[in-house]
Design a protein around this ligand. Structure first.
Ligand SMILES: C[S@@+](CC[C@H](N)C(=O)[O-])C[C@H]1O[C@@H](n2cnc3c(N)ncnc32)[C@H](O)[C@@H]1O
Length: 219
């Protein structure tokens, strides 16, 4: 028996087809949002707790962190949780040679983006809790760590592991820079000795953020 294919004469609407209106909305957002925001949104969808922010850092926040980092030491500058690369770009703009910069990012999506955006910078995809292993020989030559890690939203065990990992690579007195959205906070709940040297609020960030500059291993 011959079969006849039945085809609809109804014109195709944007909300039809696989995914319906959600797919349509995703396509619309993909057209409207800049690449960085799109990537950030995708990273949030796959792990909101690990991202710990609603949007990428502002250039003002990144510039302040970068200015603090370049002033300290002459070994490798390690950036943790580089995300879309806003702070990485500021570090380079502040004169850090790409060879001195190592960035660590856990999200495969964002790490791939960082590699494309900064082909001369060493981008390590992995967990900051495994810092010494990731850094290999560079672990002996770290002078500064700049961190955008969401320490307030990560599980306590993970934060403790990151503290131990930093202890293994940072010399006593080395500079550790961390931003937080908790404006009153000048401390990190770590077993390791850290002393807050100074603190600065960047009001023109969404939301406003506090940058804390610590001396590692000093009580
Ligand atoms: C607040 S967001 C990054 C902000 C970044 N300055 C920006 O503007 O894109 C925190 C980043 O830390 C990364 N991250 C979270 N936990 C991590 C871990 N244990 N090791 C390495 N990266 C981690 C997340 O994937 C995310 O990209």
């Amino acid at each position: 028996m011959q079969r006849t294919a039945i085809t609809s004469t109804r014109p195709e609407r944007a909300t039809d087809g696989p995914g319906g209106w959600r797919a349509f909305l995703a396509r619309l957002l993909a057209r409207l949002l800049p690449t960085d925001l799109r990537l950030f949104a995708r990273a949030i969808c796959s792990g909101p707790q690990a991202v710990g922010a609603a949007c990428p850092s502002s250039k003002r926040l990144a510039d302040y962190m970068a200015a603090q980092a370049v002033a300290a030491g002459d070994g490798h500058i390690v950036e943790l949780g580089a995300g879309t690369g806003v702070v990485t770009a500021s570090l380079l703009a502040h004169g850090v040679p790409p060879k001195r910069l190592v960035v660590v990012e856990k999200s495969a999506l964002l790490a791939a983006h960082l590699r494309r955006r900064f082909p001369d910078v060493t981008v390590l995809e992995g967990d900051a809790a495994d810092l010494a292993t990731l850094l290999t020989w560079r672990a002996q030559h770290v002078s500064t760590v700049v961190s955008s890690l969401p320490l307030k939203s990560l599980p306590k065990d993970t934060v403790d592991q990151i503290g131990r990992a930093l202890d293994a690579v940072l010399p006593r007195g080395a500079t550790f820079i961390q931003f937080t959205y908790s404006l009153r906070c000048r401390a990190i709940d770590w077993a390791q000795d850290v002393t807050c040297l100074r603190s600065h609020t960047v009001w023109r960030n969404l939301p406003p953020a506090r940058v804390n500059i610590f001396a590692w291993g000093v009580s």
